[in-house]
Design a protein. Sequence first.
Length: 363
Amino acid sequence: MQIASPVLAEKRPTTPHDLEESEIVERIRSILAAHGSTTVLLAHHYQRREIVDLADFRGDSFELCMAASRQREAERIVFCGVRFMVESASILAREDQSVFHPNERAGCPMADMASCSLVEDAWADLEARGLASTTIPVTYMNSDADLKAFTGRNGGIVCTSSNATRVFDWAFERGERIIFYPDEHLGRNVANWAGIPRDLQFIYDPRLPLGGLSEEDFRRSRVLLWKGYCHVHTHFTADHIEHARSKWPGVYVMAHPECTEEVVAEADFSGSTSQMCRKVAEAPAGAIFAIATEVNMIHRLAYEHPDKQVHTLSRSLCPNMYRINLYNLYDLVRDIENAEPVVLSAQVQHDARLALDRMLAVP
Ligand code: 13P
Ligand code: SF4
């Protein structure tokens, strides 16, 4: 007996698979050229090279969010990234703009680790102890739209890996503690950079009653870190760094802040995807890099900078970013007039925008 699983169902691209990739690329190019500035294509750094090559803008999640909000002439924004990025672009878009995702199955497992209802339970724990009024909710960009909306409604803010330190400062100007979700590691690294003593950072584990914390922990906490993680980045270890340093003497090691604090402590630099791209671009010829982040970005950097050595610290691929390909992109753009754009409820749109606008206003 075959069991139909709605969870696994993925729309099969209708683009014939015997079409040469170069032919599909040409077709996409000519469709987009015919649209002119009315359709804009955005691609995150983790996208495959052939997708990034087609993009009008490439960037990290913050830059793409800004690029989406600045597309005043565009009627359609095609976003090659994962769902939380597409939703954020849709929240920031004008009412007469539509945002499209080539594959709606491209989500982010880390975003899924903090469902809005679980975070509401955590907030209720804080309210029951009279601590919610002095707590600022901070959500990483990698979160669902309804969680951003919850955050906005409760005086909170969004951050990305490129502005998280400044966002923490913003939050501490307004409250005594932060509840940060969904990534324990990004939250931990930023709390460390902000100089929050280790014994005032607590992990909130949503699987346990009261997050696994005591009354005293709640009261003392300056940062509550949601127990979520990105499997692409927790893959890297301090041993990988030790190995890289012995293999490539003089190597400059960079790690995305979704890596564990041990890895970030051992690295020479930690920053957003764009910040790491800039480091490579600005380095002199002959520089050697080993990078702890998604492999597609690293391979592209190596390809674009043949005068430098750019290595992966260890291969780690984001399968969700990889779900966007030439086939589903071509399927979308060739019939975009009949495609379904991302639609969010008016309430989610409004409340999530509060949290995103607060982030955009942080200097
Ligand atoms: P950036 O904000 O650095 O682009 O990272 C997004 C992401 O999904 C990292 O896993
Ligand atoms: Fe999510 Fe990690 Fe993929 Fe980024 S790399 S989209 S955090 S699973």
